[in-house]
Design a protein around this ligand. Structure first.
Ligand code: SAH
Length: 236
């Protein structure tokens, strides 16, 4: 009996530890939104609420769990990274989503950005060139129960012509220039958000397409891994 009591007690203690750990992570996530996003001027309430909701810690390497809500990008394997929370927020905010859009993401990576987008638009199409990352992202997103995302493995620098046009296109890897083929796949009024520059630093650009004309805006400086493909950098 004493022994059973001990086991039950141990189980209870472990469940309690888990619950308090989850509570810590939720607190860390709310703190991230407040200190890294609100404090730096992110004001779209839907974006803030999506980033309060999506469990970023599930998308990072589990060895880096304690750093999941830190103010920086983290490695996700294959030489790639999950973007810094602030960069995810600013790119998402620039897409100006209302909930009805079809959005193309190029560079699925961990799947975190796709998960955030899925809370804010009607459907997300996400392309990743590394099959292992796409598969990993798909599993995590399934666990989260987000069911409005379609995954594709391939060269996203060509866009996704079969699913075009898109109200929003977000490229989460650095490009040498704005690929025309992506602008062509924007719907009227559509927005393309893309880091453009050299391999070491880029400027986050937003292209707005209205009546077949485009307006290009420059936003913040940033540093992304390479967009590798036909309309990106060559694989070296
Ligand atoms: N959005 C991701 C961050 C991805 S890092 C996240 O939330 O975690 C950039 C990703 O772009 C990498 O996974 C890289 O493999 C991918 N990538 C680079 N070039 C690509 C291309 N041409 N098509 C699709 N994915 C590409």
């Amino acid at each position: 009996m004493a022994c059973l009591g001990l086991i039950t007690k141990a189980r209870f203690a472990s469940r309690k530890r888990k619950v308090s750990h989850m509570r810590d992570l939720t607190a860390a996530r709310h703190k991230m939104v407040q200190q890294q996003l609100v404090a730096r001027g992110i004001s779209d309430r839907a974006v803030l609420s999506a980033m309060r909701e999506v469990p970023r810690h599930l998308f990072v390497d589990q060895a880096l769990l304690d750093e999941a809500y830190d103010d920086n990008p983290l490695p996700i394997g294959n030489g790639q990274t999950i973007s810094q929370p602030y960069m995810v927020a600013i790119m998402t905010e620039l897409l100006d989503l209302t909930g009805k859009e079809r959005v193309l993401e190029i560079g699925t990576g961990s799947g975190y950005q796709a998960a955030v987008l899925s809370r804010l638009c009607q459907w997300v199409f996400t392309v990743e060139r590394i099959a292992r990352l796409s598969e990993r992202a798909r599993k995590i997103i399934q666990e989260c129960g987000y069911d409005n995302i379609t995954f594709l493995v391939g060269d996203g620098s060509r866009g996704w012509p079969d699913a075009a046009p898109f109200d929003g296109i977000i490229v989460t890897a650095g490009a040498p220039k704005i690929p025309n083929v992506l602008v062509e796949q924007l719907a009227d009024g559509g927005r393309l958000v893309i880091p453009v520059g050299d391999r070491f630093s880029q400027t986050l650009k937003r292209v707005v397409k209205i009546d077949d004309r485009t307006r290009v805006e420059n936003h913040t400086g940033c540093r992304f891994v390479d967009l590798v493909g036909t309309h990106g950098w060559s694989d070296h």
